[in-house]
Design a protein around this ligand. Structure first.
Ligand SMILES: *[C@@H]1O[C@H](CO)[C@@H](O)[C@H](O)[C@H]1NC(C)=O
Ligand SMILES: *[C@@H]1O[C@H](CO)[C@@H](O)[C@H](O)[C@H]1NC(C)=O
Ligand SMILES: *[C@@H]1O[C@H](CO)[C@@H](O)[C@H](O)[C@H]1NC(C)=O
Ligand SMILES: *[C@@H]1O[C@H](CO)[C@@H](O)[C@H](O)[C@H]1NC(C)=O
Ligand SMILES: *[C@@H]1O[C@H](CO)[C@@H](O)[C@H](O)[C@H]1NC(C)=O
Ligand SMILES: *[C@@H]1O[C@H](CO)[C@@H](O)[C@H](O)[C@H]1NC(C)=O
Length: 892
């Protein structure tokens, strides 16, 4: 009879057929072990969840309330000042005790922890991004065992370290209600607060903990490299093997099997007989050659399929028990390069042609990267891999035609699930290493833990086809050059530390383990920053690398304010979350005012509300005595943000023609609480107007006009497809605000090559009208182009136009259509005049029972009749949907 966990394995590419047991892994999560947690003085003693964290545990038993409610970020801060000890009890069997090796592995401890096993200290930790392994062999016993993990207060640790190794800044701004010196700890930097988020200085066993029992060796990780040569794909696999520190010798058989097109499985195998390093680790290569006929390329979203292939790697070892360790990955075949070459090559001997390009070439094609910046999915790291949140956000990115997200340096290396999902959806990842908006220490112990962190995480993530680039840090080059933290008197010291950390320590690790681009900082001038000693004179030089751009003072709807760039990796503007989302944080009517204590508490951006208000006031009328002032403020802030990001994103896409701009990643995709922030998606998953607009401003084919200061209009045609657009027509219609019938219309011939943007040879001759009474609508008619959104030029601010009036709106819902799992309910909308920003919602009662959403929203309605869809996972009554619909729009 086969023992538990044993199976008959036909070892691929060999004749060996044998009974092998899989490695016995005892999961120490709450499923198998009984966990409790207690504070320093023992006043609290409660059941705990592993993986998990202290805020989740305290919330589960009701010691603290909903952490997102009201002022709870500050009211619960005592939690982070206390110390917490997690105690786990679990049983070990006799068979397990017979294994030669018993390793206790923590995939994530947050952060400074002391570990005891059956009352013997076995080690300590100081980096939440590192996997820790402890030899447990001599501490375990048959029957019940007790594991204790005692966490120090992160606030105390950071302060104590800072006393010894002070590194600027002194603290975060006071209005963050945050904590100081996050830069001293290898911990999610945003858990001490950010300008978009609260401080929850967490502690806990945030990722799985296991005991590994075996006699031979295991495969810890796999990296893969794919290279195309002479009609063949060369797949190089590196297996990171691990054995016992006392044996230091691995004998066995390593094999790999990949399932390719036609469900064929191709296998290779080889004998292994190797000495390990002192720590029991060693790498073994195993290579495969695959005909290109059996492989399809992996493409980013919108450019082709996201074909993934199953790769399984086995290590079998013989002994008193034959064992097999298995790793299963899904890999993709694609090439990726970052091209920094003389820009005159693409732009000629022009001003734009000075400097270097900065763009991604995927499978040999230069692709413009459309997307956003990802902050952690949840402020509590243990909740960051919540699949429903990750799925919702990543599919929203996919739906808005995004090809790239930048996993920003103040968060975490996301879960395997996150990157798998990106692989499936075709979302490339610009991965920052986790250093953000600070100077960082560079003493030996600090550098040593960073080394381990970088090694482990590059090895873990490297094989994902979605991972596109590594960047050393977020904004630390510009921060030092720009003296953000008053470092000027110690510029040389900080520069030296900077080079030690990102150049001398991190870079060689990354380049040894992977072949993808490593950018020392983001933003930076790329190669040019390196030539200037890593701290460039002007890291925002538009002729080099990537840039970040924020301007809260100028009119953000005006494309003329934006500087050119090769690659915009951050830009944004704030808005408020919807009232519905805010109600999940407070229901006190007094809070729903811009100057309430609650509102001030949630706004971490200095002068944030006044910037929002000033932007709104440029374009929209809002009367302070309006009884719906606050509701309108919220709605208008979202309009303002959406229009600003539309202008800026289209400016960068147009810049593909003029400046070889090749990326637009706005700040920020998501939110961690209900607050005014730069996000397009609210905490809880509701889309703001901006995310709906991203669907349009990132559309693969787009007519994009630019109103110049002179009053002239340039017209660009943008084409993110592999085929050119020829013999197309751009129809320009002049509308009077008072009518749905255009007063004039003219058609222009248009064309654009593949994967590019082109300024059209169009001189708009229809520009003699009173511009306060009119606007322009642009439509594309092109063979082979199925859909391309309308675009508009609004020559005068809405607040000053005449003819815009209260509409009559009629809405009918029918359906459903579609076989499920999603049901589509056509929503027919009839209007009698132009409607601006028609924003549809379903009321609260309806939402509590059903989950559904509008496919498009914030509509600019310039036709008497339009149809959109309401999408739901359940079948609903169309009449109920109709009755639940409420709407807003803008009118002077
Ligand atoms: C024990 O710790 C808790 C939480 O930090 C605190 O509220 C309480 O006052 C302490 N009790 C004693 C007796 O010190
Ligand atoms: C360990 O085994 C004993 C005896 O079967 C049982 O009473 C106890 O609940 C087990 N402990 C855990 C943590 O599962
Ligand atoms: C580039 O243009 C400038 C001014 O038009 C000219 O002086 C220069 O010689 C040109 N350089 C090259 C390399 O063609
Ligand atoms: C690009 O090439 C031109 C012409 O050869 C040269 O003048 C210029 O210095 C080069 N630019 C860079 C950044 O290397
Ligand atoms: C727009 O319509 C209004 C009302 O019909 C009319 O008075 C005005 O002259 C029109 N303006 C233009 C530029 O056609
Ligand atoms: C809605 O239905 C009514 C009654 O059938 C019909 O008169 C009206 O035209 C419909 N409206 C829309 C927007 O389809």
């Amino acid at each position: 009879m086969l023992g538990k966990g044993c199976l008959v394995i036909v070892l691929v590419a060999s004749i060996i057929k044998n009974v092998f047991c899989t490695i016995d892994i005892l999961d120490l999560s709450s499923k198998n072990a009984v966990w409790t947690v207690t504070n320093k003085n023992g006043s609290l003693f409660l059941p705990a969840t592993v993986p998990g964290g202290i805020y989740s545990d305290l919330q589960n038993v009701g010691v603290i309330g909903d952490i997102f409610s009201g002022f709870n970020d500050v009211l619960t801060r005592w939690v982070a000042y206390d110390t917490w000890t997690y105690t786990g009890k679990f049983n070990v069997t006799e068979a397990q005790m017979e294994a030669k090796t018993a390793h206790l592995v923590f995939y994530g401890l947050d952060t400074v922890a002391f570990i005891d096993l059956n009352d013997s200290p076995i080690g300590s930790t100081n980096n939440m991004f590192v996997r820790y392994l402890f030899d447990a062999k001599n501490h375990l016993k048959v029957g019940e065992n007790v594991l204790k993990v005692a966490f120090a207060s992160p606030i105390d640790v950071a302060r104590t370290l800072s006393e010894k190794h002070f590194t600027a800044p002194k603290c975060v701004p006071q209005l963050y209600n945050g904590e100081c010196h996050a830069n001293q700890m290898r911990k999610m930097q945003a858990s001490f607060s950010w300008d978009w988020g609260p401080a929850f200085p967490s502690v806990g066993i945030w990722r799985p903990a296991v005991l590994e029992f075996y006699n031979g060796a295991i495969i810890r990780s796999i990296t893969t490299f794919t290279e195309k040569q002479n009609m063949k794909w060369h797949l190089k696999i590196k297996a990171y093997l691990e054995s016992d520190r006392t044996r230091k010798h691995i004998v066995g058989y390593l094999s790999a099997a990949i399932t390719v097109e036609g469900k064929q499985t191709i296998t290779v195998g080889k004998d292994v007989d190797v000495q390990t390093r002192d720590d029991g680790t060693v790498e073994v290569d195993i290579n495969m050659v695959l005909s290109e006929n059996v492989i399809r390329h992996w493409w980013p979203n919108g450019y082709g399929e996201q074909q993934l292939y199953d790769l399984k790697v086995f290590l079998s070892t013989k002994g008193n028990k034959d064992e097999v360790s298995e790793k299963h990955l899904k890999i993709g075949f694609r090439t990726i390069e970052v091209i920094q070459e003389n820009a005159t090559k693409v732009l000629g001997n022009t001003t734009a042609g000075q400097g270097l390009t900065f763009y991604f070439k995927i499978n040999g094609y230069p692709l413009f990267m459309k997307g956003s910046n990802w902050i952690p999915a949840h402020i509590l790291p243990e909740r960051g891999d919540d699949r429903s949140i990750v799925d919702g956000l990543l599919s929203a990115a996919r739906d808005a035609h995004m090809t790239m997200l930048r996993v920003w340096g103040g968060g975490v290396y996301e879960s395997d699930y996150f990157y798998q999902k990106c692989d499936e959806l075709g979302i490339l990842i610009w991965q920052d290493f986790l250093f953000a908006c600070s100077m960082y220490p560079a003493y030996t112990e600090f550098l040593n833990t960073v080394k381990t962190e970088i090694e482990q995480n590059v090895i873990r993530l490297q094989h994902h086809p979605s991972v596109a680039l590594w960047a050393g840090n977020n904004e630390n080059e510009v921060a030092l050059r720009g003296n953000w933290y008053n470092t000027i008197s110690q510029f040389d010291r900080y520069k030296e530390d900077y080079i030690k950390l990102y150049v001398d320590t991190i870079r060689p690790i990354v380049t040894n383990l992977d072949n993808k681009e490593y950018a020392v900082s983001s933003p930076s001038n790329g190669i040019k920053s390196e030539q200037e000693g890593y701290i460039a004179q002007n890291p925002y030089d538009p002729h080099f690398g990537d840039t970040h751009y924020y301007n809260y003072l100028a009119d953000n709807w005006d494309m003329n304010i934006y500087p050119q760039t090769r690659f915009a990796s951050e830009y944004g503007f704030q808005s408020l979350p919807s009232i519905a989302t805010m109600r999940t944080a407070t229901t006190n009517p007094e809070d729903f005012k811009i100057d309430s204590e609650y509102s001030k508490h949630r706004q971490h951006s200095p002068n944030g509300y006044s910037y929002i208000e000033e932007q709104m006031k440029e374009h929209l009328n809002l009367d302070p005595s309006d009884p719906k002032y606050y509701e309108k403020f919220v709605f208008y802030s979202q309009i303002s943000q959406a229009m600003a990001m539309k202008a800026e994103s289209e400016f960068y896409r147009q810049g593909q023609a003029d400046w070889y701009t090749m990326g637009a990643l706005y700040w920020q995709l998501n939110d961690v609480w209900q607050a005014p922030t730069w996000s397009g998606i609210e905490h809880g998953g509701r889309w703001k107007l901006m995310h709906y607009y991203a669907k349009w401003f990132f559309a693969p084919v787009l007519v994009s006009p630019r109103l110049l200061l002179s009053g002239d209009v340039n017209v660009y045609l943008i084409n993110d497809r592999f085929v050119p657009i020829v013999e197309a027509q751009i129809i320009v219609e002049v509308f009077n605000w008072s009518s749905l019938t255009p007063i004039r219309s003219q058609s222009y011939s248009a064309d654009v090559g593949s994967l590019t943007a082109k300024k059209q040879d169009i001189k708009l001759t229809m520009w003699n009208d009173n511009t306060g009474e009119t606007f322009l609508r642009f439509t594309l008619k092109a063979p082979g182009v199925v859909s391309s959104p309308y675009n508009y030029v609004f020559p005068k601010p809405f607040k000053t136009v005449t003819g815009l009036r209260e509409p009559r709106i009629q809405i009918n819902v029918s359906g459903p259509q579609g076989p499920g799992p999603k049901f589509y309910y056509p929503v027919d909308i009839k209007v009698d005049t132009v409607v601006l920003f028609l924003w549809l919602e379903t009321n609260k009662v309806f939402n509590e029972h059903h989950t559904g959403y509008f496919e498009d929203n914030g509509l600019i309605v310039t036709n008497p009749y339009i149809r959109i869809n309401f999408i739901s996972k359940e079948t609903l009554s169309p009449k109920d949907i109709e009755a639940a619909i409420t709407y807003q729009y803008y009118v002077n």
